[in-house]
Design a protein around this ligand. Structure first.
Ligand code: ADP
Ligand code: NI
Length: 217
């Protein structure tokens, strides 16, 4: 089994596993992250096979949709990879990436680092920014039946938890809690440059949002 065949099998497995996923964490999210990762690989020195397989498997079972269980995703990925021709050390590396890719830094007990993790993490974070990032965020807010915006709840990180449980705070607040912080968390220089552009787009989106909210024509 060649590396190309393992990658192709992984695509089929992920596409099938995510057929009922929420719109912001579906197969098309995976495909964008995979494309982002391949772009970043052009200017980084890393093992491209590991980056490709890990970017495809990184959200195979997101804990948000599995009662907070952070073990399901890595476990599902491991069971799949054991059916493929992949060296054990590469398999373990892919699993470590899946465990650590999340925004919060993944498992608090882990201090795992690798160039391959940095690339997959940047590729995933880029998809949380810009026009796609905005679409995903409102889709997720709608999925949770959250309000779009509530002017009585300041959209500022420290104050936003006041009247809502964090997971049900207005979607606009998520920009301040996470999206606008991401550009400073990029690992690679090429991701930093893309993030900067997408960040500025979101800032002007928010500016327009508030103008329209307040009745500007
Ligand atoms: P990660 O993949 O780094 O763990 P998440 O899965 O938490 O990040 O977030 C992925 C995307 O899901 C975010 O970029 C955002 O679009 C959406 N999302 C997550 N949490 C919320 C929330 N509370 N409100 C709105 N959107 C959210
Ligand atoms: Ni993701």
């Amino acid at each position: 089994m060649s590396d190309a065949l393992v990658i192709s099998n992984t695509k089929n497995f992920v596409q099938d596993s995510l057929k009922d996923a929420e719109g912001g964490h579906d197969w098309f999210h995976i495909l964008r992250v995979y494309t982002n990762a391949k772009h970043l690989l052009k200017s980084e020195t890393a093992n491209s096979f590991i980056v490709e397989v890990a970017s495809l498997l990184h959200d195979i079972a997101d804990s948000k949709f599995h009662g907070g269980d952070e073990e399901i995703g890595p476990q599902k990925a491991r069971v799949f990879l054991e059916t493929q021709t992949i060296e054990q050390k590469d398999l373990e590396h892919v699993i470590k990436i899946i465990e650590n890719v999340s925004y919060k830094g993944g498992h608090s007990h882990s201090d795992f680092h690798s160039k391959e993790l940095e690339i997959v993490q940047d590729a995933d974070r880029l998809d949380a920014l810009g026009a796609i990032g905005i679409a995903r965020t409102f889709n997720f807010g709608g999925f949770k039946n959250n309000p779009i915006y509530d002017p009585s709840v300041p959209a500022h990180p420290e104050q936003s938890k006041k009247d809502y449980k964090k997971s049900n705070s207005p979607t606009i607040n998520h920009f301040y809690e996470k999206l606008l912080l991401l550009k400073d968390k990029m690992n690679t220089n090429s991701a930093k440059a893309i993030a900067e552009k997408r960040h500025n787009y979101m800032v002007s989106y928010l500016d327009q949002f508030y103008k329209e909210w307040h009745g500007e024509l």
